[in-house]
Ligand binder design. Sequence first.
Ligand code: PEP
Ligand code: MN
Length: 364
Amino acid sequence: MGNEQLEELRGQLDDVNEKLVELMNERAHLAQEIGRVKSSQGMNRFDPVRERKMLDMIQEKNQGPFETGTLQHLFKQIFKASLELQEDDHRKALLVSRKKHPEDTIVDINGTKLGGGEQHLIAGPCSVESYEQVDAVAKELKAQGLTLMRGGAYKPRTSPYDFQGLGEEGLKILKAISEKYGLSVISEIVTPGDIEKAVEYLDVIQIGARNMQNFELLKAAGSVNKPVLLKRGLSATIEEFINAAEYIHSKGNGNIILCERGIRTYEKATRNTLDISAVPILKQETHLPVFVDVTHSTGRRDLLLPTAKAALAVGADGVMTEVHPDPAVALSDSAQQMDFPQFSEFMNQLELSGLYKSKKTATK
Ligand code: PEP
Ligand code: MN
């Protein structure tokens, strides 16, 4: 008997729940409609005066047994969800977001597929210093089975008196070496007007941390048909980083690689603080390949291997690092670049860790 009564009451409760679901969605449709009207009139979606009126109405109509405060609390949640619905509708998902494009974007650089499940390394000197220097690095990378070489031709330096890079001459050296070894080259461009020129020389255009919010540069890079590696700004939030990528995509170029390179914090033990959790967040929020630059994020040779392992373990599509024939005499970042024996050991250790699969045989 008791059980039958319980079943009966539960049945009634289910009916009410069903009606509530219908009513909530009826309300959601109305809220969406209101959102559209407001947006067409350029009005703010959140209206505190209107919310206050609705809360007062609850007080007026409430006959219990729920306390008014309880109902008002529940309704506040409904208001919040409705507002979010209006905003989602309005904002539309970003082009770089997973919401917009659930599948991973694969950036194909002359056959090397970034973001396609296999992890890759980008290595090379901080700066292009001479043909011979780049040639020596290229030979080493080739021996390690790498296909992507970096090297700075335009160097954004803290001091105007430091080596500023070889400029176009540096791009020419990269191009010549890329042809000689069949390597793809990546280099930073700092001026919107240089983007067109860069397309002739490079396989990937890098936009550096200091230029992450140089919107004219982002738009220029978005207007050409060339993959772009975008680095996170020194003090940029993940949201700002994603929006910077959106600037590139919004102009038509969706071949974007995101690169976490450490952010500025109060910690002085490392050059920057590697924000390792940014990697899975960027992977979740966007469909773009995500790299980690272990050189600039740590500024310490002894941390390159552990941070590279961490990056790969946490789901990065690859790692960027700096290699120089003789770091002690490098014109920039001499304290943190690896020489060839160190690089070879770094590669061996990465492979031994099981986190990186050597491509040595594949490229022979
Ligand atoms: C670089 O990669 O050469 C460089 C300058 O890095 P970042 O822009 O991350 O400082
Ligand atoms: Mn450097």
